[in-house]
Design a protein around this ligand. Structure first.
Ligand SMILES: [Zn+2]
Length: 459
């Protein structure tokens, strides 16, 4: 038997996904996934092929049958993770962003000069995110090339779809002397070296791991470095990630230094393209959104992190109305949860807070921001198909030709709050999954048709 044939597999059961933002339930379907990781076929129960194909896979021992109360969902996409901040998840969230960075985050990130420390943390992080159903993660690493290479090695070894950036930050005015690139030239050279490393990784021929050009944010980078990384982005076609208009401080800092918004400045530096993910974007103007939409870039909406550090709620409905790509980010560790599902929940809550307003001392009319709410289906779409589209990757939807990245949700887990009744409608099932499921309900996780996590059995 060839390795390709040995990994062909079929999944029989009920799947939920949200192509184009609308919830769709696929009851009792057979999803056939090939050895190349892609979905080869989706057979509806009424199809004459469904039963025969299911029997053929069952006979070969490669049929995965979902039990009653179990649902297949597309794997979750996290557009914004700071990998080195895993040890400080949930800590020091009472500080303003600039103090949090200088007092806690930069000293922690500086520790990744120690490769053993980096490996220990990154192993724990990737295991933790896979167990939470995150099949695709877009990571910031640190300025250290060996530790960033180790993160790429670990993602590949554990088969997590990953987009990884070696962080570039060289401005002495904003970066501490113990944790910054010594020059724009060295930062660009290390970024080039990391891109070359990932593209040549043995076992990464299918492109599971992607290199990302990663200027931390404009305040941390010199113009020379931003110019150099912009040239590299055009030359290499790599993804780009950075922070954009996150908080009052960061937004105003860029306005004063560059005389224009974050978005406009990033465009000027050549860092805004179809493959760019902008983290946060809370303070983007309509002109910024037109620019982002025109170039096809995406925004990582990090609803929980925004409550702590952004000074405002992201205007999600307004951004979606502009036709901009949006997905979700946990912003580990600016957000206190590693779960994209929890962040989907918070996206609904944040949008509702924006719509209702939060200051009871204001008149209702002054407090409210009408038409800001989103429903659970939109949050689910952001967590899956929206994130995949933002990255321009074929993930997040059960569709022929797309990657089979999926999670098996089990409502029958005793130690959990998720309870689904026979009579529940698809909308009710999804709402319960979004609001009540936890890591305990994620029984199995697959990336590119490879099982990467299984409760109780190890990966
Ligand atoms: Zn961030």
């Amino acid at each position: 038997m060839t390795s390709r044939a040995s990994s062909d597999r079929a999944f029989l059961g009920t799947a939920l996904h949200a192509p184009a933002g609308q919830l769709e339930i696929l009851r009792d379907v057979l999803i056939v996934a090939g050895g190349d990781g892609r979905i080869q076929a989706i057979h509806r129960p009424e199809s004459p092929h469904c039963a025969a194909e299911a029997a053929r896979f069952a006979a070969a021992g490669s049929l995965v049958s979902l039990d009653h109360g179990q649902y297949l969902l597309p794997g979750l996409v996290d557009l914004h993770v700071h990998a080195p901040q895993w040890p400080q998840l949930g800590m020091a969230l009472d500080l303003p962003l600039e103090d949090w960075l200088q007092t806690h985050t930069f000293p922690l990130e500086a520790r990744y000069a120690d490769l053993d420390y980096a490996r220990t943390v990154y192993e724990s992080l990737v295991d933790g995110l896979l167990a939470n159903g995150t099949t695709t993660a877009m990571y910031y690493a640190t300025i250290h090339l060996p530790a960033t290479q180790a993160l790429a090695d670990i993602c590949l070894a554990k088969s997590q779809r990953a987009l990884i950036g070696r962080v570039a930050m060289d401005d002495p005015a904003q970066c501490p002397p113990y944790y910054r690139d010594i020059s724009a030239a060295s930062a660009e050279a290390d970024t080039r070296a990391f891109i070359a490393y990932v593209l040549a990784m043995p076992g990464n021929e299918a492109g599971l791991v992607h290199p990302v050009i990663t200027p931390r944010f404009i305040p941390a980078c010199s113009d020379e470095l931003l110019d150099g990384l912009g040239r590299l982005a055009r030359e290499s076609g790599c993804h780009v990630q950075t922070h954009c208009s996150e908080s009052d401080w960061e937004h105003r800092f860029v306005l004063e230094r560059c005389g224009m918004s974050d978005t406009a400045a990033l465009e000027r530096f050549g860092l805004l393209s179809r493959r760019t993910i902008l983290a946060h974007g809370n303070f983007v103007s309509d002109a910024d959104l037109a620019l982002i939409r025109g170039l096809g870039a995406g925004i990582a909406h990090c609803p929980l992190s925004n409550f702590y550090f952004s000074d405002a709620v992201f205007p999600l409905r307004r951004v979606l109305a502009h036709g901009v790509h949006v997905g979700l980010g946990t912003d580990i560790a600016g957000g206190s949860s590693p779960s994209v599902l929890e962040n989907a929940r918070y996206a609904v809550i944040a949008a509702r807070a924006l719509e209702s307003g939060v200051d009871a001392s204001l008149e209702r009319r002054q407090r409210r921001h009408p038409d800001s709410r989103i429903d659970a289906a939109t949050a689910f779409w952001l967590a899956t198909a929206g994130g995949g589209a933002a990255l321009d990757l074929p993930v997040g939807v059960f569709r022929e030709g797309f990657q089979f990245d999926a999670i098996r949700i089990d409502a029958g887990v005793r130690d959990g709050n998720l309870r689904i009744a026979q009579a529940d409608t698809p909308d009710e099932i999804l709402q319960k999954i979004i609001y009540h499921s936890s890591r305990a309900n994620i029984r199995e996780v697959w990336v590119a048709n490879r099982r990467v996590h299984s409760q109780g059995a190890g990966p």
